[in-house]
Design a binder for this molecule. Sequence first.
Ligand SMILES: Nc1ncnc2c1ncn2[C@@H]1O[C@H](COP(=O)(O)OP(=O)(O)OP(=O)(O)O)[C@@H](O)[C@H]1O
Ligand SMILES: [Mg+2]
Length: 289
Amino acid sequence: MITVKDLRKVYKLGSEKVIALDDINVTIYTGEVCCILGTSGSGKSTLLNMLAGLERPTRGQVLIGKRDIARMDEASLAKFRQKYVGFVFQSYNLMSSLTALENVSMPLMFKGVGKGVRNKAARQMLKSVGLGNRCDHKPTQMSGGQQQRVGIARAFVSKPRIVFADEPTGNLDTKTTIEVMQLMVQMARENDQTLVIVTHDPEIAEYADRVIHLIDGKIVSDISRGPGMDHLVLEGQFSNQETVHHTEESPPEEPLILEEDDPDVEEELRLEPEGGELPAGSTGGKVEP
Ligand SMILES: Nc1ncnc2c1ncn2[C@@H]1O[C@H](COP(=O)(O)OP(=O)(O)OP(=O)(O)O)[C@@H](O)[C@H]1O
Ligand SMILES: [Mg+2]
């Protein structure tokens, strides 16, 4: 479960302030396929980056299970991401000197998986996204849509507990978009992964259990349909301060990360930022000016 509390992100450019996220409160449940929908500049990527611990909030909390990742130090955060998170970047972020196969097998390498096994898994993933014949191509030797699919294969290959995808079909044609969306949702369901997809396209949102609509850094609606339900069942009315409603069919509120069954991670996740525990009520991140 991912719980976001009073999350705020303010960018400062000279004397100008941009409020990219304006006190967001939301809970995303384990196993949910959740879509963050909004127009360009509404704060989608900013929110996704905060959820994945790629950027620090100005203030507020991002709880994964019980751990506030906004307060983890860089080293713990890096380990946490490596172990639990897959990310599809809006701009692909592939390593240009590596082949598609090498890019996709990278997360497995970081996990210490042997070369034979990781190459086999990476090849299989590339085949799943329709790139079985592009394993040895480097990013510059592939189209934008092909690079995007390599990015998707890389995000899923290590079966992380959560996959965050920023406009994962932004460069794909309609047919490939449908195939890739079906594939991502299918993989997420099979592996009981939480999938959070950012898009500006309401048609992509059709694939999700839940659609969170952002305008100007605020959640303006949150529409859920429980797994297995055919129609949308709830449309919440949200003020800036309200917490998000959810249907009764929501998956149970299990902590996403059960540190207890993984002593290694328990250790990692208990690490405090350098300088020790922050005082109660501290923002834990940068303080908004
Ligand atoms: N590093 C930054 N410095 C200053 N302002 C930023 C920065 N990153 C984002 N912003 C601003 O924050 C707001 C939200 O940006 P964000 O990238 O989250 O939008 P988005 O919804 O992902 O848009 P798009 O659909 O175009 O990707 C925008 O107004 C943007 O200009
Ligand atoms: Mg974006």
